[in-house]
Design a protein around this ligand. Structure first.
Ligand code: PAF
Length: 308
């Protein structure tokens, strides 16, 4: 698919963004759609794949870049989160984005913290919701606000953050927000590492060891096929990841997808008919990485997104 470079409009206020989208809708045909890719910037190939898909499927594509303080815990990496506006705008331009929305914290949150919080209960409870308290409230709140500002027809999210996709899809359904949530496959480096803005923190040694995530996920399918229960699979994955000496496991969880509920019981996972999320969060030094695989165990080979 060819995407033509164009100079996107750089917009920093909610009022101007609304006005531009309104003008586009007024001028365009009734079927013209608005695609939206919300990000925190420091864009990589995973974001580029979302942008290309949106540009392909919609008449207007809006990219937002906003490092959202609401979704960072007190001891997390908000202050050092990587930023490079110029590089991001260049990547947006080369992928055909129409509008880059770059609001300040004051523009998004004139009152901080907001008096309103959007909280999606059970889907946010486990995995990253348990190890990063308040994180998904921050994500759901900012995404609800961005959806209200942009009013997109479609919004694109990467499945590396599979729980985030589940939380946002549930929020949009519960609040009757008229947007189609489009989950997109994980994009990986050639050696298997899932692309993430946080990969830049890894030292050379940590980068090497971080391959433990995708390598263990690649073995998971075999263990499922051999009859492992959810508990056995989690144990095998953890043992495998610990072969990397600096791997510090936050969680290895096998849950229903998109319900995000633990799978308990002594049955072989391969008998499970619904989608299952095999999710990992592991620290290498100060960097916490996540990765996952979504499988429908009973439909052999039916991978929604596959680890190499
Ligand atoms: O995935 C992200 O980059 C963020 O969590 C999101 C969805 C842009 C909300 O701040």
């Amino acid at each position: 698919m060819m995407t033509h470079a164009k100079t996107p409009a750089i917009v920093r206020t909610i009022a101007e963004l609304r006005q531009r989208i309104k003008a586009y809708r007024r001028a365009a045909s009734a079927e013209a759609t608005v695609g939206f890719v919300p990000t925190m910037g420091y864009l990589h190939g995973g974001h580029a794949s979302l942008l290309r898909r949106s540009v392909h499927e919609n008449g207007l594509t809006v990219l937002s870049i906003f490092v959202n303080p609401l979704q960072f815990g007190p001891n997390e990496d908000l202050a050092r989160y990587p930023r490079d506006e110029e590089r991001d705008v260049t990547l947006a331009a080369s992928n055909g984005v129409d509008i880059v929305f770059l609001p300040s914290v004051e523009e998004m949150y004139p009152v901080y913290p907001l008096l309103t919080t959007v909280s999606v209960s059970s889907v946010s409870e486990h995995l990253c919701g348990a190890s990063r308290p308040g994180h998904f409230d921050g994500v759901a709140t900012v995404v609800a606000k961005l959806f209200n500002i942009v009013q997109p027809d479609r919004a694109y999210f990467g499945l590396k953050d599979a729980q985030q996709v589940a939380v946002i899809a549930q929020m949009a359904a519960d609040l009757s927000i008229p947007v189609e949530i489009v989950p997109c496959p994980i994009v990986r480096e050639q050696d298997g590492l899932a692309l993430s803005s946080r990969n830049v923190y890894l030292s050379a040694g940590e980068r090497e060891q971080s391959l433990a995530l995708s390598r263990s996920l690649a073995k998971a399918e075999r263990w499922v096929a051999a009859g492992a229960t959810a508990q056995e699979l989690a144990k095998k994955l953890a043992e495998d990841i610990r072969q990397a000496p600096s791997a510090d496991i936050d969680y290895v969880e096998i849950v229903t997808y998109p319900g995000m509920q633990p799978i308990i019981g002594s049955g072989a996972l391969r008998e499970y008919a619904d989608s299952v999320l095999i999710a990992l969060a592991v620290r290498f030094g100060r960097t916490r990485l996540i990765d996952n695989l979504i499988v429908k165990p009973k439909e052999a080979g039916d991978l929604l997104c596959s680890a190499k």
